[in-house]
Design a protein around this ligand. Structure first.
Ligand code: F0G
Length: 458
């Protein structure tokens, strides 16, 4: 018989997790004010809150940590990271930062000023937060297909070239300091951007003299999808695809907590020495000296090793197939999800799950709470809570999609865990018409409210 697919690694260390009872969870979620971020991790059985910093490092990464050089300036770990970035991503200059949003903060301190416009494909919330904090605007130019979970499109992270052209034509170039491509696009469901699209954006940007930066948190997963789905890339290696992707960019901001498979870390990388020098000033102010920028030497070592492991085909295939496995299970139960399945998560379409709940009652958050109560599984809302209020009108923003993201940490859970998650979702789905009320906000922060919001049942 044909040999089945199997993971490309085995386990060397394990961590116990505990199943709780529904009664315990009822109590815990009330104390947590219906905000899953407020739960203690031991109140969660399977944690699909995020794939950020939650991955399992390899034996080689742990070994690399032992060789970390903790010198304040000029550490060998910095040069190891610099060499890995040059080798895999192709950039000559880089600045370490403590995580992705810190890289955004440093970059935008140089590039963005009040009133600017930053077009892109559905910016991630911290990216948007840092843009709006500077009284500038993030303009979403994602293709419309991204917002219809029922249409199959291989690259739902793509920029709509007409939307982008319109933004560039109808505004003075000096108000558009950069274009940001998020690959994969978290907000639209971990959906990839095609090579053709990256090339087209870069060409249009070059004609207008506007730099392109890639928000690269999941660049390797993006490259995997290009290999699997885009014509002409089947025979290329992931590293070859990655090299080409970054030819269509002037720089990148990286949250290394995703595709570099480390628990903490980030960086900026550029081609332009002048920009690097300007950003260095802010890096020193906000993050740390240029050769460590908020990271310890050992963490830079693990990151450098992680960049190599994260761009291996066998690893990526194992990872994406696990995400697919969960998607297929949910699909078999009739549960509506974003399709095709994303790279790092399955995004359940909460509006189609609960067609009778009004958007004002935070549909995706309601689903997240129900799944937790049912099974002890923690997902995360990608919907109206995350979308925040409009910074000018202070009205709630209701995004087109209300999603429950079931985010899969790298190299952490087995497919039995995925089957458990799917069964929990099915049980909630079976009683979906009994759930007639959602949630309301009791207290919220001015910006990025979803982390700390307090809610109660309507
Ligand atoms: N860009 C993207 C596309 C992200 O998904 C994230 C983080 C960041 C930037 C910011 O990076 O967390 O290292 O500061 N995403 C996490 C998530 C939080 O759960 O999706 P960070």
């Amino acid at each position: 018989m044909e040999l089945p697919f199997a993971e490309s690694y085995k386990m060397k260390m394990v961590e116990s997790i505990r199943r709780s009872t529904r009664e315990e969870r009822e109590e815990w979620i009330q104390t947590a004010k219906y905000n899953l971020f407020n739960l203690k991790s031991n109140q969660v059985f399977i944690d699909l809150l995020t794939d950020s910093g939650t991955g399992a490092m390899s034996d080689k990464q742990w070994a690399a940590m032992m060789e970390g050089d903790e010198s304040y300036a000029g550490a060998s770990s910095y040069y190891k990271m610099k060499a890995a970035i040059k080798d895999i991503l192709g950039f000559d200059y880089f600045l370490p930062t403590h995580q992705g949003r810190a890289a955004e903060n440093v970059l935008f301190s140089v590039m963005i000023k009040e009133g600017d416009l930053v077009p892109g494909n559905a910016h991630f919330d911290t990216t948007k937060g840092h843009i709006e904090f500077r009284k500038a605007h993030a303009i979403d130019c994602t293709i419309n297909e991204a917002y219809d979970t029922t249409t199959e499109h291989p690259f739902k992270g793509n920029v709509d070239m007409e939307k982008l052209e319109y933004v560039l034509k109808s505004n003075p170039t000096k108000r558009i300091p950069l274009i940001i491509i998020t690959a994969t696009c978290n907000t639209s469901g971990g959906q990839p951007v095609s090579m053709e699209n990256m090339r087209a954006v870069y060409e249009m940007a070059q004609k207008n003299n506007i730099p392109v930066f890639v928000d690269s948190a999941r660049f390797a997963e993006n490259a995997y999808f290009i290999k699997i789905r885009e014509k002409g890339y089947q025979d290329k290696t992931i590293r070859e695809i990655v090299t080409e992707m970054f030819q269509y960019a002037d720089g990148m901001a990286m949250s290394s907590k995703k595709d570099a498979i480390v628990n903490m870390g980030g960086f900026l990388a550029f081609n332009n020495e002048d920009l690097f020098k300007q950003a260095s000033v802010y890096n020193i102010m906000y993050e740390g000296y240029i050769t460590y920028g908020g990271m310890s030497g050992r963490d830079m070592n693990a990151l450098a090793q992680g960049l190599y492991e994260g761009t291996e085909f066998n690893y990526l295939e194992t990872r994406i197939k696990q995400v697919e496995h969960l998607g297929e299970k949910l699909n078999a139960y009739g549960i509506p999800t974003q399709k095709p399945y994303g790279g790092h998560a399955i995004f359940v379409d909460a509006k189609r799950f609960f067609p009778n709940l009004p958007k004002e009652q935070f549909i995706a958050q309601t689903l997240a709470i129900e799944l937790y109560l049912e099974s002890g599984v923690r997902g995360v809302e990608i919907g109206a809570l995350l979308a925040d209020r409009d910074p000018e009108t202070r009205e709630n923003r209701y995004p087109e999609l209300e999603l429950l993201r079931l985010t899969i940490p790298r190299r952490v859970y087995t497919n039995d865990h995925m089957d458990y998650v799917a069964a929990g979702m099915k049980n909630v789905f079976d009683r979906r018409y009994d759930i007639t009320k959602g949630l309301k906000i009791v207290r919220e922060a001015m910006i990025m409210r979803h982390f700390t919001v307090e809610l109660e049942r309507v």
